[in-house]
Design a protein around this ligand. Structure first.
Ligand code: CP
Length: 324
């Protein structure tokens, strides 16, 4: 594939290849010099029209670890505020000779438009578009799940067959939930969405997952629970759930965490709203993988950039010492 727009575009073999390549890439973090020459001479632009901490920084770290030249573009402070269109912005970047565009945009479908409009030749990677997709988030979540539930070495070449993942919260506005449902299903996992009825999207019956409104009965049956943030910025204020009511029914606190099987992990894509969907006690516990997910995001983004741009170069050249 030339672009990465949606987790739904990935086959099982595509996804396993990305996860296995990310395992290779993760070794670079253990080296004294955390860099590979793979993308030397290639230029990647990070085109962010929406705020981001984790995705923007980890793409930049991944690009720099692969020795790419990096251009960071934020809509704030650019000519977008003067009314410049996505097309003109993209063509301005194209004129500077970029090889890949990592784009985050508030409009669902913006990365697809960029990849298929003929405006640019560069590879397009979706870093989150509206409520639609966030494919590298789903990949880093699958990577974290495989490492924790199958094993770092035992997981190579494996998918997530039979693993039970519960995704909880504001599914309606969540590109993370949509991407994870698509990818986890492709990888053989069983996904259950748990949400208040008002935060369940219309048409969810056609998604490859189960839906429940009862968190407490779901927790004892899952291998991982993924908590979602309530995205107030995408809601009309009249529909804000109250923090107290929401956290009472759908928040994860210490008592609820104790209902999980002993081996089960707690995931969160970030940013977390402590006290709403997750308590500080759970967020800071050893079962919560939120920080580990961020670290894994760098390896996943290195793998995606390498597979889209790296050609036939070996992903990682191992030194003799490492091979022993
Ligand atoms: N998980 C995630 O996409 O976080 P950011 O919005 O900080 O990039």
């Amino acid at each position: 594939q030339r672009h990465l727009i949606s987790a739904a575009d990935l086959t099982r073999d595509d996804a396993v290849l990305i996860l296995d390549t990310a395992e290779e890439m993760s070794r670079v973090a253990d080296r004294p010099i955390k860099k590979l020459p793979t993308l030397r001479g290639r230029t990647v632009v990070n085109l962010f029209f929406e705020d981001s901490t984790r995705t923007r920084i980890s793409f930049e770290a991944a690009e720099k670890r692969l020795s790419a030249d990096v251009i960071n573009f934020s809509a704030k402070g650019s000519s977008v505020s003067k009314g410049e269109s996505l097309k003109d912005t993209a063509q301005t970047l194209e004129a500077m000779g970029v090889d890949a565009v990592v784009i985050r945009h508030g409009a669902s479908g913006a990365p697809y438009r960029l990849a298929n409009s003929g405006w640019i030749d560069a590879a397009v990677i979706n870093a989150g578009d509206g409520t639609h997709q966030h494919p590298t988030q789903a990949l880093l979540d699958a990577f974290t799940l495989r490492r924790r539930l199958v094993g770092r070495d035992a997981g190579l070449g494996q998918d997530l067959s039979g693993k039970r993942i519960t995704v909880v919260g504001d599914v309606l506005h969540s590109r993370v939930a949509r991407s994870n449902v698509d990818l986890l299903h492709t990888l053989g996992a069983e996904v259950t969405l748990v949400a208040p009825p008002t935060l369940v999207p219309v048409g969810v019956e056609s998604w490859p997952c189960a839906v429940s409104y009862d968190l407490d009965s779901t927790l004892p049956k899952c291998d991982a629970v993924m908590m979602l943030r309530v995205q107030r910025e995408r809601m009309n204020a009249a529909f804000f759930p109250t923090e107290r009511e929401y956290s009472r029914r759908y928040g994860l606190d210490g008592d609820r965490m104790a209902r999980l099987p002993e081996h089960a992990i707690v995931m969160h894509p970030g940013p977390m709203v402590r006290g709403m969907e997750i308590t500080a006690e759970v967020a800071d516990s050893g079962r919560c993988t939120a920080v580990e997910q961020v670290a894994n995001g760098v390896s996943i983004r290195m793998a995606v950039l390498y597979l889209l741009l790296g050609g036939n170069e070996p992903a990682v050249t191992h030194s003799r010492t490492e091979e022993k």
